[in-house]
Design a protein around this ligand. Structure first.
Ligand SMILES: [Fe+2]
Ligand SMILES: [Fe+2]
Length: 275
């Protein structure tokens, strides 16, 4: 999906405002803009009850009891759940991962599109799962979302899946022409042509490059680029069975299961918990 430059500039306060941003801030702003535009397009196209998707966008589900603090503005790396306007629709008492897609990650167009592409390419099912998961932790934290996501999912998936989610974040900046991954042209536009990733990302890339699971993360980055392609209709439906096989759903419900990341799920359910 092409980013409408004029609309983007207006959304961030004009050319001068963009020039003052660091490359990371600029990239984050464009990515956020592209993602939001894609979701808006989807709703315009298919509507609240679009037959092609069981997923309803979060802002069509009011009445969840959540309320955002109107004072002050959150840090840029804060997850979407902490932002004004994020719907906190009531969740089932024992929420499943699918419930999170319906009530917290919706419409989730970018990840569903990435996973749809991975499925079409015939990648292993765990890669399809990793693609479906790769960015949804941004509901909780945007900053270092790969690491947060890896940790969030670790107790419930094959370790190669959470490893792939974690390392897609650094790997996306480093081309690997041997497997057909070029540095995304998109990044030249959003990070700027002179962008150099932070040292910790370079170190993480070096580590992942030499790891036996390298391709687990590389395949996520290869499907990531297709996550902004709005030419094909997608829905969560084809992934319900994949989730069933790839995700160990705790019977108590996510957040109630005392896993090492249960607290993270609880925070996504209710980011308004005071302490
Ligand atoms: Fe990502
Ligand atoms: Fe992504």
């Amino acid at each position: 999906m092409e980013v409408d430059r004029r609309k983007f500039l207006v959304s961030v306060g004009g050319v001068a405002a963009v020039e003052l941003m660091t490359p990371e801030d600029r990239a984050e702003a464009v990515e956020h803009f592209a993602s939001a535009e894609l979701d808006k397009w989807y709703i315009d196209e298919f509507g609240e009850t679009g037959a092609l998707s069981p997923i309803r966008p979060s802002w069509y589900q009011p009445g969840g009891g959540g309320r955002q603090d109107p004072e002050g503005s959150p840090a840029r790396g804060t997850g979407r759940a902490f932002r004004a306007g994020y719907s906190l629709a009531e969740m089932p008492a024992k929420p499943t991962l699918v419930d999170f897609y319906r009530y917290r990650f919706a419409p989730g167009q970018h990840v569903i599109r990435s996973a749809t592409h991975a499925l079409k390419e015939g990648h292993p099912e765990r890669t399809v799962m990793a693609c479906l998961l790769h960015d949804v932790a941004q509901a909780l934290v945007r900053s270092d979302h790969g690491w947060w996501g890896g940790q969030l999912f670790e107790p419930y998936v094959d370790e190669r899946v959470s490893w792939g989610v974690r390392y897609h974040q650094p790997l996306r900046f480093f081309p690997d022409p041997a497997v057909g991954y070029e540095y995304p042209e998109f990044y030249n536009r959003i990070f700027g042509v002179d962008y150099v990733p932070d040292d910790y990302l370079k170190e993480a890339y070096k580590f992942a490059r030499g790891h036996k699971w390298y391709m687990e993360a590389r395949l996520v980055t290869m499907n990531d680029e297709y996550g902004f392609d709005n030419t094909v209709p997608v829905s969560l439906e084809p992934f319900i069975d994949v989730i069933g096989r790839q995700f160990k759903q705790p019977k108590e419900g996510l957040g109630n299961d005392n896993s090492p990341s249960a607290h993270m799920w609880r925070t996504i359910i209710n980011p308004n918990r005071p302490l």
